[in-house]
Design a protein around this ligand. Structure first.
Ligand code: CP
Ligand code: NVA
Length: 307
């Protein structure tokens, strides 16, 4: 067992501002000029998934392979995390076999506990509260398309969910002009919003007026209205959020060079129309591709700091 301090990536704020910038740069460099960085040689990364995934699972597994490691896919059925035994015991045992853990689950505090007790790096692959790897790769995509991330006018429209919360975490570290357009019934996490406002790094607006959110926006971002684990709330969310659909009419209020982003999977015709997601402003597949480059950059960073 290593006695060296290990690093985790459970929230964007686990990285300092300069570490976020370095990691975005590393992802862009690795994409432009593929290079062999065998930081995971001889290591197995446990990929724990308690929810469905296309992009996160496959980009992690491919990324682990490309970094010289082996990935082990683990579901709730095998380990019953926190039920069959304590998270503490599971963390200690997994640390004796694995080099790193990536986990997607429901409870954010389960991931925090796993990270606290594991002796190896733990990466958050999405919880009900946060999806930090997604927003890291989205900041890479914005940098590639717009030449910078600082002070970008980013309008997130839709549910105040793990994506909205992760944008707020990003805004705690980097200077952004972040506007969240959502209903009064679907706000982002109040504590995370408060922390982002207190960090005083970014301009932050939460508004029920979608036109106010997108005025002059460089980036318009959306996500499904009902996230995994809350599909039973679909009808209720639709009622609250239908005014926040991204359609061509809404785009007219944005910067003419606006890029439209969606983390995917999308419910076409609900939060975004076909016309927009398939239209000239959409960068959704660049976003999906960048998940791979960013997962690799995050794992390189954690490996260098921890092994
Ligand atoms: N964006 C994203 O995380 O996609 P998956 O749910 O398919 O992993
Ligand atoms: N908010 C969505 C994101 C999926 C990538 C969910 O949690 O289901």
């Amino acid at each position: 067992m290593s006695t060296q301090t290990k690093r985790d990536f459970v929230a964007i704020t686990d990285f300092s501002e300069s570490e976020i910038r370095e990691t975005i740069k590393l992802a862009i460099d690795m994409k432009r000029k593929p290079q062999r960085l065998d930081v995971l040689a001889g290591k197995t990364v446990g990929c724990i998934f308690h929810k469905a995934s296309l992009r996160t699972r496959i980009s992690f597994e491919v990324g682990i392979y490309e970094l010289g490691g082996y990935s082990l896919y683990i579901t709730e059925k095998e380990i019953e995390l926190g039920k069959r035994e304590s998270i503490y015991d599971a963390a200690k045992v997994l640390s004796r076999y694995l080099g790193m853990i990536e986990i997607r689950t429901f409870s954010h505090s389960d991931v925090e506990q796993l990270a606290k007790h594991a002796d190896i790096p733990v990466i958050n692959g999405l919880t009900d509260l946060l999806h930090p790897c997604q927003i890291m790769s989205d900041m890479q995509t914005i940098t590639e398309h717009k030449g910078k991330i600082d002070n970008m006018k980013i309008a997130y429209l839709g549910d105040g969910n793990n994506m909205a919360n992760s944008w707020l975490k990003a805004a705690s570290r980097l200077p952004l002009d972040l506007r969240i357009g959502t209903s009064k019934n679907t706000p982002p996490n109040a504590k995370i919003l408060d922390e982002a406002q207190k960090a005083a790094k970014s301009k932050i607006l939460v508004t029920e007026n979608s036109l106010e959110a997108v005025a002059g926006a460089d980036v318009i971002y959306t996500d499904v209205w009902a996230s995994m684990g809350e599909k039973h709330l679909q009808a209720e969310k639709e009622k609250h959020l239908k005014a926040f659909q991204i359609n061509s009419g809404l785009l007219e209020s944005a910067n003419p060079e606006v890029i439209v982003m969606h983390c995917l999977p999308a419910n076409r015709g609900q939060e975004i129309t076909d016309e927009v997601i398939d239209g000239p402003h959409s960068v959704v597949f660049d976003q999906a591709e960048n998940r791979l480059h960013m997962q690799k950059a995050i794992m390189v960073k954690l490996a260098r700091d921890s092994f």
